[in-house]
Write a protein that binds this ligand. Structure first.
Ligand SMILES: Nc1ncnc2c1ncn2[C@@H]1O[C@H](COP(=O)(O)OP(=O)(O)OP(=O)(O)O)[C@@H](O)[C@H]1O
Ligand SMILES: [Mg+2]
Length: 197
């Protein structure tokens, strides 16, 4: 069983793309966010940030147990998707795909999710700074790491790109990390002040 991590800032399309991939290849999905909430690992609610605080010390062993459980069912692929999927230890990762999205488009997607302005700004800043990629780079993982710009590529097309890389129809050269740089783009457009005050 190969384990595929799908990460990225909220709104980049992780859940949608994971579901689409599972329509294309025989795979199981673990959505860490859903698991964390459904199985009550979120003991505290951060009212200010309108978000649950997950106790990773007990959540991670539970997730690893779930992975072992899935292994026994032996699907060819297990997709783990979440904006905090970098919590998964390297030895469990066969591929990591980080979804990216232009901040202007991400703004629209997050507005549709009914996020308040504070949460939208926080997520846009994280995307501009490339936090989702940096988490993996800092871990120096040896598994292949790809980033896919989803701004003008629909959900199905993003899923196809990932599947093509997995089945080695595509060597993934165009999706090696380091090509997406919103910071540079906004700097050149003199628009950084629109996102950071
Ligand atoms: N490639 C895409 N093109 C256009 N719209 C997209 C794309 N990917 C996702 N969307 C839309 O963006 C919204 C957010 O997608 P989704 O919920 O899959 O993101 P997510 O990364 O799982 O977010 P979260 O971290 O909050 O769970 C949805 O309305 C979805 O339809
Ligand atoms: Mg999601």
């Amino acid at each position: 069983m190969k384990i595929i991590i799908i990460s990225g800032t909220p709104g980049c399309g992780k859940t949608s793309v994971a579901k689409e991939i599972s329509n294309l290849i025989n795979s199981k999905i673990i959505s860490l966010n859903e698991l964390a909430i459904s199985d009550k690992f979120s003991f505290e609610y951060d009212k200010d940030r309108k978000t649950y605080i997950v106790d990773f010390e007990i959540f991670l062993p539970y997730v690893l147990e779930k992975i072992e459980e899935m292994k026994r069912e032996s699907p060819p692929y297990l997709i783990i998707e979440s904006h905090f999927s970098d919590i998964i230890p390297e030895k469990f990762i066969d591929y990591a795909f980080i979804l990216r999205c232009d901040p202007d488009e991400l703004f629209k997607r997050l507005e549709l999710k009914d996020y308040d302005m504070k949460k939208i700004t926080e997520n846009l800043q994280a995307e501009i700074l490339g936090n989702s990629v940096n988490f993996f780079v800092q871990k120096q993982i040896k598994a292949p790491l790809f980033e896919i710009d989803t701004t003008n590529t629909d959900i199905q097309a993003v899923a196809n790109i990932i599947v093509d890389i997995l089945i080695e129809n595509d060597n993934g050269e165009n999706y090696k990390i380091g090509k997406v740089d919103w910071l540079q783009k906004l700097f050149e457009e003199d628009r950084l002040k629109d996102f950071f005050d």
